[in-house]
Design a protein around this ligand. Structure first.
Ligand SMILES: Cc1cc2nc3c(=O)[nH]c(=O)nc-3n(C[C@H](O)[C@H](O)[C@H](O)COP(=O)(O)OP(=O)(O)OC[C@H]3O[C@@H](n4cnc5c(N)ncnc54)[C@H](O)[C@@H]3O)c2cc1C
Length: 485
């Protein structure tokens, strides 16, 4: 980047930035991306990990968003089938009459008229008896039955990494642990960017034909790197809890109502189950927001109301994570009411910022931004091809999602092929050991750090620091448990 400059610099290596740099590189732009921490270290490793077809936007009347999410879900299944695992979403209905169930069926029927569905994706309805038989331990009082529809489970951080690897195959230059620190407008959208290489402390500076700010919760902060900017973001926090699968032995994803009527998911996957999420206001962008006892109790309460015999308590929780939604502020709207639509903003100096949106719709968001960059900068560029080409190239290894262990060879692969530079990069994002392994990887941290030390030339002190800091991070995610029974 320093030697040649770029047509397009993307600031932020979450799913939004990854999608943009892939699209731009595939169209033939000299594209690069810098990421402050590790790739996917922000919101994009902390989602509910669902590829939503948009059913829930129907309730809010967001028809365009419904259609877009359904199309993008199908595209993702085509370009990364291993990162979109089919799941049945079971939505039980409780009430004095069957009116609620009928309303839900009508909604799903309308949804299926609006979007194109694949084989086996149409909804079905279970009556009371079938629901009791298929959802072990479900609350039976006033149970009317359940509506069942299809969604897909993904590994959000793996989706980012594979998108970036695809971008790199098309010539994109990528740097993690490299925050953008200054963006100076040069006129007509061009900018001089300054980036600090955190591995050696050196600052580099280079010219770019355009800069796109895809910094998620930090979008306002990056907008300010180029001058004054009025805040536009409204951040909300969402937490998830992990419990061993044998404590909640479900076959399908359960969609339940929390005490405030919000939808909350219980997602079974291999040996674990995750429960989420919350939606509460959050002020400052941070990589790992704190998890409060009230957040935890909200989710456990919802779980115990729908599955009363499970009696899930604090001690059952083996892992937890929290993320920040980068939403665009809408006057007078509460966190759950704010639209998930994305928007591109242009600053007076020419910086383009993208905010809002979902993991599910990242590809089409990227397409819109790159269209704008190309039109404004007059770059010679081919058409968008991101919907057609698989993320993993033929002959490349298909890394399975949500891995909870790593061989020594796999640690080396994460370093050599996936830019992992510290222990958390490997245990949190190249695999998902921190959230999903029974001991969150505390036991394995030394072995993995040993492999990293020999590959990256760490001395004993660095190795010990990495292990200590990883263990401290894991402890922080479960700190709410202190003092609880
Ligand atoms: C709790 C929760 C559950 C969700 N569940 C789902 C779901 O199930 N399905 C779905 O489709 N969507 C879901 N979402 C939404 C989805 O996760 C987000 O829309 C998406 O991950 C946002 O990605 P992003 O790339 O915009 O932001 P991020 O992933 O946060 O990426 C922005 C990156 O910019 C970097 N950055 C910041 N400042 C700088 C700088 N100065 N220089 C360089 N880099 C910088 C940050 O470190 C960060 O990595 C969920 C969100 C939350 C919070």
């Amino acid at each position: 980047m320093e030697r040649d400059g770029l047509d397009l610099l993307v600031v932020g290596g979450g799913i939004t930035g990854a999608g943009i740099v892939r699209d731009a590189a595939m169209r033939g732009l000299r594209a690069g991306l810098v990421e402050r921490g590790d790739f996917a270290s922000g919101t994009s490793s902390r989602s509910s990990k669902l590829i939503h077809g948009g059913v829930r936007y129907l309730e809010q009347g967001e028809i365009a968003l419904v259609r877009e999410a359904a199309v993008e879900r199908a595209i993702l299944r085509r370009i990364a089938p291993h990162l979109a695992i089919r799941a049945h979403m079971v939505m039980p209905v409780h009430g004095r009459t069957s009116a609620g169930l009928l309303k839900l069926r009508a909604g799903l029927w309308a949804y299926e008229k609006l979007v194109h569905l694949e084989e086996g994706e149409r909804h079905e309805t279970w009556d009371r008896e079938e629901t009791i038989r298929r959802v072990r331990g479900i609350e039976t009082e006033r149970l009317q039955g359940a509506a069942v529809f299809t969604e897909y489970v993904t590994d959000d951080a793996r989706l980012v990494i594979e998108t970036l690897k695809s971008a790199r195959r098309h010539g994109a230059r990528l740097a993690n642990h490299a925050p953008a620190t200054r963006l100076e407008p040069l006129g007509a959208g061009r900018m001089r960017a300054t980036v600090r290489d955190e591995t050696c402390g050196r600052e580099i500076s280079f010219e770019c034909g355009a800069v796109v700010n895809a910094a998620g919760p930090w979008v306002d902060a990056v907008r300010r790197l180029g001058g004054e900017a009025k805040p536009r973001m409204h951040l909300t926090k969402g937490i998830h809890l992990v419990v061993p699968r044998d404590r909640l032995p479900l076959d399908d994803v359960l969609v339940m109502r929390a005490a405030d009527r919000r939808s909350v998911f219980i997602v079974p996957h291999d040996a674990i189950t995750w429960i989420g999420t919350t939606d509460t206001d959050w002020l400052d962008p941070v990589e790992r927001p704190t998890i409060g006892r009230d957040d935890v109790d909200y989710l456990l309460d919802a779980t115990n109301r729908i599955l009363p015999t499970a009696r899930i308590g604090h001690a059952d929780v083996s892992g937890a994570w929290a993320g920040v939604r980068p939403l665009l502020h809408q006057e007078g709207k509460s966190p759950s009411e704010i639209s998930r639509r994305d928007e591109v903003m242009e600053e007076p100096g020419g910086l383009l910022s993208i905010a809002g949106g979902k993991l599910t719709t990242y590809r089409v968001m990227a397409e819109r931004v790159v269209d704008q960059v190309v039109a404004r900068g007059g770059f010679r560029a081919g058409p968008c091809r991101t919907a057609d080409e698989a993320l993993v190239a033929p002959g490349e290894p298909v890394v399975p999602p949500v891995r909870t262990s790593l061989s020594d060879d796999e640690v080396r692969y994460a370093i050599d092929e996936e830019c992992a530079l510290d222990l958390a990069d490997v245990l949190e994002r190249r695999a998902r050991i921190n959230f999903f392994a029974p001991d969150q990887g505390r036991g394995d941290a030394e072995r993995v750090a040993g492999v990293m030390a020999s590959r990256l030339g760490w001395d004993g002190a660095r190795q010990a620091r990495e292990v200590a800091s990883y263990r401290a991070r894991v402890a922080e995610d479960l700190a709410w448990r202190e003092g609880s029974a």
